[in-house]
Design a protein around this ligand. Structure first.
Ligand code: GLY
Length: 341
């Protein structure tokens, strides 16, 4: 059985199909007037997914590299050159098949090609299904920071077939649990109490509701970045030895200590964070050796949220919200709590 979760965005609303066998519904998301489909994917991902496209479309396949360094402007340029060769018109469609990196890149290529063509995502990882493929944030990295160039570009539909998760390595499952713990803090829901399909559908529903209320992050959507200010910096400072979901887990623990240092929460709430992140979702809060606090502070200054000094999403009496202009003294005590030199 599959579930459909609607992302309500007026004329740009779309369905996210979740469950075992959801891929069989791919054809239902393909616009009937598209003549060509450009699949953007990585080596090693199930090639048979293409067989679920309508037989009426001409399919081209565009492979991007696997490591984070390929989430770059040069990859976008190469993809667009290939779309030109494939004859992809503004009426055609891009299908991103893969994890968050693939759907971020495919989405940005779709936003850019002919100033915007339709895109459908087939998400194959837990992080992708519950976060990256949903909500229309697309982009690539620069040396200065993650996702610094991009566009809001909503997909026309998303497939989250949980069969793909059967063979997902433990590390990627762990990364998914990092984003899930984030939703736990945002809603108080114990997501691990649900079966896998229901858990993913619930995460999608939480994200869909937030995105529907603030598509372009004028305010509330920023809560989806809980743990991400330090998280993104950690990914870069560790040269991606720490993956996204693992970094977000450390970032949420850091945010709890920071909120404590700013008097926004008490010790019991910090301990609650530890219990949820470490004991319940099975995540680590250790920072890789060699990562220094001055390096992390420098990287956090490049964060997109850093409009007015350092900006964090922090817990407090009014729940999780954006806090601007955070003082270095508070940061210092949060770094010390996590033993970051
Ligand atoms: N991953 C955060 C967002 O989509 O807003």
């Amino acid at each position: 059985m599959t579930r459909r979760v609607r992302v309500e965005l007026g004329a740009r609303s779309y369905d996210v199909v979740v469950g075992r066998g959801a891929i069989r519904e791919l054809a239902s998301l393909i616009p009937t007037d598209a003549k060509r489909v450009a699949i953007v994917t990585q080596e090693g991902l199930p090639a048979e997914i293409a067989s679920y496209l309508p037989t009426s479309v001409l399919v081209s396949r565009h492979v991007i590299g696997k490591s984070e360094e390929h989430k770059s402007m040069s990859t976008i340029e190469r993809l667009c050159d290939e779309f030109a060769v494939a004859g992809l018109t503004r009426n055609d469609l891009i299908v991103g098949i893969g994890g968050g990196m693939v759907t971020d890149v495919a989405g940005f290529a779709a936003a850019s090609w002919h100033r915007g063509v339709r895109v459908v995502h087939v998400s194959t990882t837990l992080v992708g299904m519950i976060d990256a493929a949903i909500g229309g944030k697309t982009g690539v990295n620069l040396r200065a920071g993650k996702n610094l160039v991009g566009a809001y570009w909503q997909p026309s539909g998303v497939i989250c077939d949980t069969v793909f998760l059967d063979s997902l390595p433990e590390r990627e499952q762990r990364c998914g649990r990092g984003e899930m713990a984030k939703y736990h803090f945002l809603t108080g829901d114990d997501l691990l109490a649900l079966d896998l399909d229901a858990r993913i559908a619930r995460c999608v529903q939480i994200k869909a509701e937030i995105v529907g209320s603030d598509e372009r992050e004028a305010g509330r959507r920023a809560i989806l970045n809980y743990g991400h200010t330090l998280g993104h910096a950690l990914e870069i400072a560790s040269d991606f030895a720490l993956a996204h979901g693992e970094s977000v887990a450390v970032g949420m623990m850091f945010a709890a200590h920071l909120a404590r240092a700013l008097g926004r929460i008490d010790d019991a709430r910090v301990e609650h964070h530890r219990k949820v992140i470490v004991d319940h979702y099975g995540l680590s809060m250790s920072v890789p050796a060699g990562v220094r606090r001055d390096q992390l502070v420098e990287l956090m200054h490049h964060d997109k949220k850093a409009v007015d000094g350092l900006t964090f999403v922090l817990d407090g009496v009014h729940g999780i919200e954006t806090v601007r202009g955070v003082e270095m003294s508070a940061l210092s005590s949060a770094f010390t709590a996590l033993s970051v030199p």
